[in-house]
Write a new protein. Structure first.
Length: 117
């Protein structure tokens, strides 16, 4: 059984910051990357950020570039998302995904981030 657990969501004012965390636990597995996605109210899920453990390269969605930073510890299967200069349009449920070879990946249940004006 693999569990992906996000934490750190909450209510924040526009311009503020939040740090999300995600940890993968359960049976022994090796992730080659971990990702953050989000689903804004009434919209489709969208890509936010990715980190590849092989060279620690990072990738970001256009709407968060320069404001969000993904980091983590692959030995602990843990990833973080530092979100700065938050905007109302960042309001969404944020999901963590663990990428494992030979599987479609494992998703968490999500954590709500609400940005107020």
């Amino acid at each position: 059984q693999v569990q992906v657990l996000e934490s750190g969501g909450g209510l924040v004012q526009a311009g503020g910051s939040l740090r999300l965390s995600c940890t993968v636990s359960g049976r022994t597995l090796t992730t080659y990357a971990m990702d953050w996605f989000r689903r804004p109210p009434g919209k489709e899920r969208e890509f936010v950020a990715r980190i590849l453990w092989s060279d620690r390269s990072t990738y970001y969605g256009d709407s968060v570039k320069g404001r969000f930073t993904i980091s983590g510890d692959n030995a602990k299967n843990t990833v973080y998302l530092q979100m700065n200069s938050l905007k109302r349009e960042d309001t969404a449920i944020y999901y963590c995904k663990a990428d494992v070879n030979g599987t479609p990946g494992y998703w968490g249940q999500g954590t709500q981030v609400t940005v107020s004006s």
